[in-house]
Design a protein around this ligand. Structure first.
Ligand code: KIV
Length: 275
């Protein structure tokens, strides 16, 4: 069944957990969608796990559109959410609406995600006013890595924690349909989840969130640069892939691939005329 923003809202009402996984291309979107996930996120984690940057700040609208379009072709039943990358919405309310519109109109996304709290509520209101569903994102927001001084857990102190609760409420009032809580203590995530009527989607925010999101390269053991504490590896696909590539190299080198089964035939009649 096709998931929509209503699926998120209904799930929170009914106490049903929401599932979300990232994807950045057609093949992965097909696999993840077939598994029955509620939502696929084309995150700007693209910059790190696909494009090889050290953070998400180099990701552009062009990068996002290229990957959102590919992902949209493979996304059938999941709600497709796309990230607004760094500097696509901070500059003005106008830029935010135009770029959110591009992710929908050119990319084929069905909702956009935006990092920040009360500081970006004007942008959120304007995008929602343009009839585009918005997912908020607070806590360890990777686009603020230079302000945070690294990828550090947020909301551990009283003032910081209170600010995150206020940010969540401000985003709800601005019209978001859900909020990602990233890298915060799980008991703070519980308070935030109970403080807003829209669902919270956790990543490194513990079990009390209304749903969870993971980056697929992390959950499949395909990204080896570092492994955050909150990541659970559901399959060692990275090792499986490396072993498969090693086997391929071995078989090409020793001549066992390609064999007859993987080769095309020609009739002897035609063949004899070629000599
Ligand atoms: O970019 C991303 O993949 C994200 C998730 C980690 C929530 O924002």
């Amino acid at each position: 069944m096709k998931n929509s923003v209503s699926t998120f809202i209904e799930a929170k009402k009914n106490g049903k957990k929401i599932t979300m996984v990232t994807a950045y291309d057609y093949s992965m979107a097909r696999l993840i969608d077939d598994a029955g996930v509620n939502s696929i996120l084309v995150g700007d984690s693209l910059g790190m796990v696909v494009l090889g940057y050290k953070d998400t700040l180099s990701v552009t609208m062009e990068d996002m559109l290229h990957h959102v379009k590919a992902t949209a072709r493979g996304c059938k039943n999941a709600l497709l959410v796309a990230d607004l990358p760094f500097m696509s919405y901070q500059t003005s309310v106008y830029d935010a609406v135009v770029n959110a519109g591009k992710l929908i109109q050119i990319g084929g996304a069905e909702a956009v995600k935006i990092e920040g709290g009360s500081n970006i509520c004007e942008q959120v209101k304007a995008i929602v006013n343009a009839q585009i569903p918005v997912m908020g994102h607070i806590g360890l927001t990777p686009q603020s890595v230079n302000i945070f001084g690294g990828f550090k857990v947020q909301g551990k102190g009283e003032l910081e924690a209170k600010k995150l609760i206020e940010d969540a409420k401000a985003l709800e009032a601005a019209g978001v349909f859900s909020i990602v809580l990233e890298g915060i203590p799980y008991k703070l995530a519980k308070i935030i989840t109970e403080s807003v009527s829209v669902p919270t989607i956790g990543i490194g925010a513990g079990k009390y969130c209304d749903g969870q999101v993971l980056v697929y390269q992390d959950m499949l053991g395909m990204f080896k640069d570092f492994k955050p504490k909150f990541v659970k590896t559901y399959a060692n696909a990275g090792d499986m892939m490396t072993n498969a590539f090693k086997k391929y190299i071995e078989e090409v080198e020793n001549g066992t691939f390609p064999d007859e089964e993987h080769s095309f035939k020609i009739s002897d009649d035609v063949l004899n005329k070629l000599y």
